[in-house]
Write a protein that binds this ligand. Sequence first.
Ligand code: ADP
Length: 363
Amino acid sequence: MSKQIFSKEKIKELINEVNTSFEIVNINKFSNDITIDLLIENFTHKSKSEARNNITEVLSKNFDSTLNFKINFKPKFVNKEDSNKLNNIKNIIAISSAKGGVGKSTVTANIAVTLSKMGFKVGILDADIYGPSMHIMFDLVGRKPLAVDVDGKSKMKPLESYGVKILSIGFFTSMDQAVIWRGPMATKALDQLIFDSDWKELDFLLIDLPPGTGDIHLSIVQKLSVNGSIVVSTPQIIAMADARKGISMYRQQNINIPVLGLIENMSYFNPPDDKKKKYYIFGKDGVKNLSEDFDIPFIGEVPIIQGLRESGDIGRPGALQEDTELSRVFEDITRKLIINLTERNTNLPPTEIVKIKTMAGCS
Ligand code: ADP
């Protein structure tokens, strides 16, 4: 057989012969090295290795032997069927922070219990795969979700605490076990939490995202129609620098998830023994100014409250309290969030599930 000269079209044709479901993202040639980036659905080691062997074989047969083929795989998500399974969830809200330790999980937990107090059906998906904390904040350490049968399929039943349904990777790891996963493993675990679970009817599913703008974020927007996002930050300059990146990620043309608003956490400290004093430990109004810069609604501010930290540690979100400063702060924030969400749902079409082809712009 006469050998072909290099041609992207021919490579595509040959890869399609091996498997029509492979999606070719990129083909690059540097000298004699040809790099091919593919999306594949079955992202197991075995199927990747089989795919690599089959593709290399067919390419070597057809092209000159001086060419070296390097094949990279990324997981391909099949959206249609998966997304249908979440039709019983009315609103999905992603909560992110760009920087770690700014109180994103604390804010998520307290908004969730406030929504539940208001009578909504609420779930939290703790997608902070590398540092899950919802199992601690909701006093569920050591508990494991049960398997239930749904239409002949085994599903995870979210655990419930204070009226909030919760699934977290924290249910499957021990407290002192570090989760060191590669991107694809983490997204696979997340897939199970999202799709192999029996959420039943929910008015709100809050997704507590890991800090940053990485794989997990992209994986979520590829699979779920997220109504909107909230970005939590302290007013500190270095936290806000990261928050800017987070906002830009949602606003990228190919992601395009409306940012419902910004929440400033740890805005100030009001000492209990002198209520007139306010200490702006992390700076003043930083997030408010950021929201003006980006023309994004400012949802509210949460002061540093010792009771908020303590209640998180003992596993009973502080906003469950009745008629305290803490519960009022979260009632205001939650009300504003609902208003912004309703406005978004009225004025904008549903968010499309994203088909991201490159990681450009995302760290
Ligand atoms: P993140 O999810 O951004 O990593 P966490 O919600 O885990 O952050 O919060 C980090 C720490 O700060 C926790 O110990 C939490 O209890 C505490 N914390 C968060 N917000 C406040 C606040 N407003 N007042 C007091 N402590 C807070």
